[in-house]
Design a protein around this ligand. Structure first.
Ligand SMILES: C[S@@+](CC[C@H](N)C(=O)[O-])C[C@H]1O[C@@H](n2cnc3c(N)ncnc32)[C@H](O)[C@@H]1O
Length: 414
């Protein structure tokens, strides 16, 4: 891909999102049937005539850039191609030498879950290389949990600090350093971070790198803001749980015309890619059941269900065919609240099934924007860091099928 600067990429994304806001801003559940009218008829026909494999390919085009059908409506093709281009990012350059050099990888890191092994075996070598090359004196792992990122870079010579709110996790991190006979102790600090002041007591007068992997909601903003107070600092950040960001922590750059609402922030959490076609198909069926439940609840009780109600239901782990009666069977206790119970299936078939399918059609097209919304949040943060005078990059690190929140902001003092 062409290297695009953060300012231009954010500006282009802002314009694109503004042009298409009628497709991503409305939440179908809250506004049915109006949002459905925003989808061109030709797209709906295309959706209805496509196989599940074809829908899956279209849904993950934002990550693959491949396998678009030739007979799809031009306007839809144009949209996904534009989305792909706007969200395409340079990949982080990672050497795998450290995995061979440091036994800790074979003995511990690569034995973690597939997701964690994948993340640490890429991010560990990347950070370790920068710690050595830039002669960093302090490495600070913010919200580092059990300290696996710290462990992954622990063959470096610099001082290592782990910060987390959870003492038990910190103790585990300390224990790993001892068990694997690292040449130094891990300094652990139990801190509940609720602002950007948490680094102020550390007196980081020497060169430091402040990392945060998958810091939920506002925690990412506190890490970024605390780290970028100092021009000499180096910073790596990966966000997650965007739905927990406070409105005041959006538009940090001053360039975003759209202040994302909770439903938009949730959209940023949609899968970027799927492990397999079955995962995609399961998700489709699960969505159908959720929308159907939502509508049934409204039908029987004349009000919108609480999220806690929808979350009580079990969804089939492997559901290749949508069969609502089977869904009722595995959730009989929860369905008892619909009175009389024997009407549920009839109401579903007569009034709800088609409605739920239409909602899924709208949400399918809405989800094509998920990566654009996620990147909008991340570029806003990156632009904020750049405005503080740090040279900043936004890179893709992980395989989206394994680790969906795979975009890192890197600000290094070269
Ligand atoms: C999603 S986990 C990520 C853990 C680790 N960085 C990783 O990727 O394996 C988020 C971590 O941040 C910590 N955390 C969440 N909110 C926090 C807060 N307000 N202050 C300090 N730590 C917090 C949690 O205890 C947890 O360990």
């Amino acid at each position: 891909m062409l290297t695009v600067d953060i300012h231009s990429q954010l500006k282009d994304l802002d314009e694109f999102l503004d042009c298409h806001k009628y497709l991503w801003q409305p939440k179908m559940l809250a506004g049915y049937p109006d949002p459905l009218r925003n989808i061109p008829e030709s797209w709906v026909t295309f959706y209805r005539n496509s196989s599940i494999d074809q829908l899956c390919d279209l849904s993950v085009f934002k990550s693959t850039g491949k396998d678009l059908l030739c007979d799809m409506p031009d306007s839809l093709r144009q949209l996904v191609e534009n989305l792909f281009q706007l969200c395409d990012l340079p990949r982080a350059n990672i050497s795998s030498d450290l995995i061979e050099e440091d036994d800790i990888y074979k003995k511990q890191i690569l034995k973690l879950s597939v997701k964690k092994a994948h993340e640490f075996s890429l991010l560990g070598p990347y950070i370790k290389e920068h710690l050595d090359r830039l002669k960093i004196k302090n490495f600070i792992d913010v919200g580092g949990g059990k300290g696996f990122l710290s462990l992954a870079v622990s063959s470096c010579t610099c001082r290592q600090i782990l910060i987390d709110q959870n003492r038990n996790l910190l103790n585990k991190g300390k224990g790993y350093f001892k068990r694997w006979k690292r040449s130094k102790d891990l300094e652990c600090h139990e801190i509940f971070i609720d602002s950007d002041l948490f680094l102020d007591n550390f007196m980081l007068t020497e060169k430091s790198l402040i990392a945060g992997l998958h810091l939920c909601g506002d925690l990412s903003v506190y890490q970024i803001s605390a780290a970028s107070k100092n021009k000499d600092v180096n910073l790596i950040n990966f966000g997650c749980c965007y739905h927990r960001i406070s409105a005041s922590n959006l538009n940090l750059s001053g360039m975003c015309r759209h202040i994302l609402r909770p439903t938009d922030l949730r959209l940023a959490l949609s899968p970027f890619a799927y492990k397999s076609m079955d995962t995609f198909s399961n998700n489709q069926i699960k969505n159908h059941y959720r929308y159907a439940l939502y509508c049934l609840y409204q039908y029987f009780f004349n009000e919108v269900p609480a999220k806690s109600f929808l979350n009580k239901f079990d969804y089939p782990v492997i559901a290749k065919v949508a069969d609502f009666s089977e869904f009722i069977d595995i959730n009989l206790n929860n369905f008892n609240c619909f009175n009389p119970m024997n009407r549920v299936m009839k109401v579903y078939e007569d009034k709800i099934s088609e409605l739920a399918s239409e909602m899924e059609i709208f949400e399918f097209f809405r989800r094509l924007f998920s990566r654009a919304i996620e990147l909008y949040i991340i570029l806003d943060r990156a632009k904020y860091i750049e405005n503080k005078g740090l040279s900043t990059e936004v890179l893709q690190f992980f395989d989206g099928r394994v680790s969906p929140r795979n975009i890192g902001i890197v600000a290094l003092n070269l």
